[in-house]
Design a protein around this ligand. Structure first.
Ligand SMILES: [Zn+2]
Length: 135
């Protein structure tokens, strides 16, 4: 595919420098621009645990790469290409379709035999002493 994009890191004149990030394309509805979402963990020092965090980065999508929704891409920092865009897609890593979806089916122990301790219920006929007032 011919690439006439000036803002293509390979075929154009766009220089990339700075950060290199990887993420998943969650929206490719704009023209030559997409949204890359990154899920990552941040350590919370106080509790010695991790909290999940997420960021969305608008990135330029050159026509020679043409990443679509669900694709995993590598983006690199570049000069500002728009009000919010200062990243460009440099590589398509893998798409969600190629990945084999391994659904971890958590098997609940619903079918296990419920072993109830058999309590021999001795039904004692309790005679309620009802006072009959004859009178
Ligand atoms: Zn290109």
């Amino acid at each position: 595919m011919e690439c006439n994009d000036v803002n293509c890191p390979e075929h154009g004149t766009l220089a990339t420098r700075g950060m290199v990030l990887e993420g998943t394309v969650v929206s490719a509805k704009m023209q030559k621009t997409l949204i890359v979402q990154r899920d990552y963990y941040i350590k919370v020092k106080k509790y010695q645990r991790y909290r999940r965090s997420r960021s969305r980065i608008p990135a330029h999508n050159p026509p020679c790469i043409n990443a679509k929704e669900g694709d995993k891409v590598r983006i690199m920092e570049c000069r500002k290409l728009g009000r919010t865009v200062n990243f460009v897609v440099v590589e398509k890593l893998a798409s969600e379709e190629t990945k084999s979806k391994d659904k971890k089916e958590a098997k609940h122990d619903e079918n296990r035999l419920e072993e109830e301790p058999k309590q021999e219920k001795k039904v004692k006929p309790t005679k309620k002493k009802s006072k009959v007032n004859n009178g």
